[in-house]
Ligand binder design. Structure first.
Ligand SMILES: *[C@@H]1O[C@H](CO)[C@@H](O)[C@H](O)[C@H]1NC(C)=O
Ligand SMILES: *[C@@H]1O[C@H](CO)[C@@H](O)[C@H](O)[C@H]1NC(C)=O
Length: 222
């Protein structure tokens, strides 16, 4: 190999490590988390010890819970995440999955995944889908059955069922723990100081109160 080519290859491999950083590479075939040791009840399974492989079975690599939609929320959205908590075989492999169903006219509010790019396949229905880049440019279109769309890591994206029947989509993530932050809840449901929100959004205290009641997640509502 010519010295020039070697230098180029070295530079490329250095670049690809720094620019395409994702979950760490596996150092063994698989690592079924030994949840006996999950004393702090974390959902981050990658730091648990692995099960002895003699105790691992095919079922550790199969999840059957996405054959049909999950429970629909009051916003007409149902999501079933598939990650090491329900598909242990995914642990340490740097990926995860989701099934989402959307009732007619309903939507998945703008949100982002801090740790993963997502590629979404439309299984059925017509879904207006898009994301916003860091210059505030929107890339959005109606995606139809059989099409895929990619949402780059960390960018805000959204979906709305614009078809005439329930839409079903499958999403795939390049992290076993992509994380999710929903913009409305991040802003109005997290407890950011009211005065700051009034100034940032030009809203009155009464309007802020309205937004809070709407977006504070139910589990922390008293
Ligand atoms: C795994 O289990 C087998 C069978 O019980 C045992 O022989 C082996 O020592 C165990 N391996 C480890 C690393 O504990
Ligand atoms: C839907 O709700 C029922 C009752 O609360 C629950 O048992 C079931 O596990 C839920 N299904 C999913 C996919 O979350």
């Amino acid at each position: 190999m010519s010295p020039k080519l070697t230098v180029l290859l070295v530079i490329f491999s250095l670049l690809s490590h720094t620019t395409f950083e994702s979950d760490p590479d596996p150092v063994q075939d698989f690592c079924i988390p030994n949840t006996k040791f999950n004393t702090i009840r974390t959902t981050r399974y990658d730091n648990l010890p692995c099960k002895n492989s003699t105790e691992v079975s095919p079922d550790d690599f199969i999840f059957s819970g996405i054959k049909s939609p999950g429970n629909f929320s009051d916003t007409g959205l149902s999501t079933i995440p598939v990650n090491p908590t329900n598909l242990p075989g995914l642990n340490t492999l740097g990926m995860s999955f989701v099934r989402a169903d959307l009732k007619v006219g309903w939507f998945n509010a703008p949100h982002f995944h801090p740790r993963a790019t997502e590629i979404v396949y439309v299984v059925q229905g017509r879904v207006y889908s898009g994301f916003v880049d860091s210059t505030n440019r929107v890339f959005a279109k109606v995606t139809e059955q059989g099409e895929v769309m990619v949402f780059p890591r960390g960018l805000v994206h959204f979906q709305m069922n614009v078809g005439k029947s329930t839409a079903t989509i499958f999403g795939s993530f390049n992290s076993q723990n992509p994380g999710m932050q929903k913009i409305p809840s991040v802003i109005f449901g997290s407890g950011i100081n009211d005065e700051l929100l009034e100034k940032a959004f030009g809203l009155s205290p009464k309007q802020i109160g309205m937004m809070r009641r709407r977006f504070i997640p139910k589990r922390v509502r008293s």
